[in-house]
Unconditional design. Structure first.
Length: 83
């Protein structure tokens, strides 16, 4: 059985982090692309851009050794920037 790790949420991504040419883009644009690709998910359109943060949960099934890899990945997402 898959169980969510005790730390809920495990990771949070700030969708307002800027990147791209002169930092004119942010992760909210990627969310819009994803919603448009899956047009059948109408409920996503109504809640789009209501929050600046997206939460991701870590499953115990992945093991604690993989948690550190995931932690570093999300740290990079939240600090990534082209200059």
């Amino acid at each position: 059985m898959t169980k969510v790790s005790d730390s809920v949420p495990a990771f949070t991504v700030d969708r307002t982090v800027s990147f791209g040419y002169k930092n004119q883009l942010n992760y909210k644009i990627i969310v819009n692309w994803e919603i448009n690709e899956h047009k059948s998910q109408g409920t996503m359109h109504t809640s789009n851009n209501r929050s600046d943060y997206e939460n991701f949960w870590y499953f115990d099934l992945n093991g604690m050794d993989r948690r550190e890899i995931a932690k570093k990945f999300f740290e990079k997402l939240n600090s990534f920037s082209y200059k």
